[in-house]
Design a protein around this ligand. Structure first.
Ligand SMILES: N[C@@H](CCC(=O)N[C@@H](CS)C(=O)NCC(=O)O)C(=O)O
Length: 203
């Protein structure tokens, strides 16, 4: 088994934090996004979409998409449960994971990819207006999340889950996207301090 990693890039980091929470170690190969190694023929043969992460299994199967990779490990090693347990909790985790991905990580990525000079060769064409259009979406969703976190410890309930991993990494990704955290979101701040101080957050 081999994990194709991309340094501090947010999607590979989701898998690494997930693995750290599970205490699983996987042989890793770095794909240098800065040098566009993910666009070279060798990596394109692994993932024709030219994105990281990718997990190559011993039988040659390649799993892409961070959540698909995380789910694979959840089944291999169910504890600690990071996709919830039981029908209702699993559905609630899934709901929040998707909400965080589509309404927070996605819009932050659009801001970063369409405004940062380092992304010029990866986001073609860069559309600065699309970066601008996504900024208020990020702020609206953060305010919603702050209201939600007034009623519970973690994004999907009383247990830490994959939704918290995606949420923490999305918030961290605001820095390179040059998005400032608005003042006064105290529930969000308390949640972030908790999840980002877990040892897994260093991954
Ligand atoms: N939906 C994919 C997204 C993967 C993705 O976009 N990865 C970024 C790094 S965070 C990438 O490989 N970017 C390279 C590029 O845009 O050319 C997942 O969940 O893994």
């Amino acid at each position: 088994m081999k994990l194709y990693d991309g340094g501090r890039a947010p999607n590979p980091r989701r898998v690494k934090v997930f693995l750290a929470e599970k205490g699983i170690t996987v042989p890793t190969e770095q794909v240098d996004l800065g040098k566009l190694a993910h666009k070279a023929a060798a990596y394109t043969a692994i993932n024709p979409l030219q994105r990281v992460p990718a997990l190559e299994l011993d039988d040659g199967t390649v799993l892409c998409e961070s959540i698909a990779i995380c789910r694979y490990f959840e089944h291999l090693q169910p504890e600690p449960a990071l996709f919830g347990t039981g029908a209702k909790e699993m559905a609630v985790v899934e709901m929040w994971e998707r909400r965080i991905e589509f309404h927070l990580l996605g819009p932050i990525s659009h801001v970063f990819r369409n405004s940062h000079p380092a992304m010029k060769e990866m986001e073609v064409p860069q559309v600065p207006a699309w970066a601008e259009a996504n900024k208020p979406r990020v702020m609206d969703f953060l305010a919603l999340l702050d209201r939600e976190l007034g009623a519970r410890c973690y994004i999907a309930g009383e247990h830490y889950s994959v939704a918290d991993i995606t949420g923490m990494i999305a918030v961290d990704f605001m820095k390179p996207a040059k998005l400032a955290m608005p003042e006064g979101l105290n529930n969000l701040k308390r949640w972030y301090e908790g999840v980002s101080s877990r040892p897994s957050a260093k991954a």
